[in-house]
Design a protein. Structure first.
Length: 175
C-alpha cells in the first residue's frame, strides 16, 4: 500500500462508523417506532407462544376503569426511573396473589420478552397472568402514562438499551 492509500483509511473508517450510527438510531416518527416495537415483540413471542397476552390498548382501557394490575418484572434500576401507575413488583404479586383479586394481572418489561417468559412460568404454575404485548413501550404508544418513584407523572422511561430506544417522541429514554 502506498501513502495515499493509507491516508484514505481514516476517511473510510469514519464513513463506516457514520453509516452504523445512522442504522442504530430509532425511527424519527412515532409510527416507525411503534412498528419497530411491534416487530421486536412478534419476534420475542416465538419464545413463549402459549403465554396469554393482552394488547397495550386493552391494558390502557382496563387501567382507565381501575381493573388493571401491572406487574413490573424489570430490574430495580429500571423501576427506579418509572413504572406504570399502580404497578407492583413480581415479588409483591407472588407474595399474595389473592390480595389483587378483581384485577387483571398483566406482567410487563421493556418490550415483553422478560415478562413473557415470567408470565409463561407463572401461568404454568396456575396463576392467571397475561403478558403486555410490546411492554412499557407498547403501553406508551397506546397512550398510557408513567409515574416516577415518588408517584409523580414522568416522561422518562428506562428502555434497557439502545436497541429498545423506541419510546414515543416527547419521552426521554435512559438505559
Amino acid at each position: 500500500m502506498n501513502r495515499r492509500q493509507l491516508a484514505s483509511w481514516p476517511l473510510l473508517a469514519l464513513a463506516v462508523l457514520a453509516a452504523l450510527a445512522a442504522c442504530s438510531r430509532p425511527p424519527a416518527d412515532d409510527a416507525g417506532r411503534k412498528a419497530q416495537v411491534d416487530a421486536l415483540y412478534a419476534d420475542y413471542k416465538k419464545s413463549f407462544p402459549q403465554t396469554p397476552e393482552i394488547t397495550a390498548e386493552a391494558a390502557v382501557a382496563l387501567a382507565a376503569r381501575g381493573e388493571l394490575l401491572p406487574i413490573d418484572v424489570r430490574e430495580p434500576a429500571e423501576r427506579a426511573v418509572s413504572t406504570l401507575p399502580g404497578a407492583v413488583t413480581a415479588k409483591e404479586y407472588l407474595a399474595d396473589p389473592g390480595r389483587f383479586a378483581g384485577k387483571k394481572a398483566v406482567a410487563y418489561c421493556t418490550v415483553g420478552y422478560r415478562s413473557g417468559l415470567w408470565a409463561q412460568k407463572e401461568a404454568r404454575a396456575g396463576l392467571p397472568v397475561a403478558n403486555l404485548a410490546g411492554g412499557i413501550l407498547g403501553w406508551l404508544h397506546a397512550g398510557g402514562s408513567l409515574i416516577d418513584a415518588k408517584g409523580a407523572p414522568t416522561k422518562t422511561v428506562h428502555v434497557y438499551g439502545r436497541t429498545w430506544d423506541l419510546a414515543p417522541t416527547g419521552y426521554v429514554s435512559v438505559w
